[in-house]
Design a binder for this molecule. Sequence first.
Ligand SMILES: [Zn+2]
Length: 125
Amino acid sequence: MSLSKQQIKQFKQLLLQERAKFAGEIRTLAQEASKNPREASGDLSSYPVHMADMSADTSERELVSNLASNEQAVLYQIEDALKRIDEGTYGVCQQCQKPIALSRLRAVSYTSLCIGCQRTKEQKK
Ligand SMILES: [Zn+2]
């Protein structure tokens, strides 16, 4: 079973929405990460900065940047999926070349692997 033109069009629409959403979230996270910690946690300018405070701030920043890189990774996958739509290979597993189940595409529209290949990949990790 391959996708109809109408279905491809719907997925493209969906992917464009997802792309806009993730790009927006990454921008917000980048702003969070670049915020001055004193601004973010209120006026503490009269207090000396303790080492403990600094490390707490660092781990929070790391969390935000990890989050941003996860979102960035998804954004790349969305870009890839949009490319495959243009190339006419969307909905086909990049590993075994078989069609990806429609239910799977509906759940994860940017996936490039069928459920079987995805599982194999995850087991290899
Ligand atoms: Zn496959």
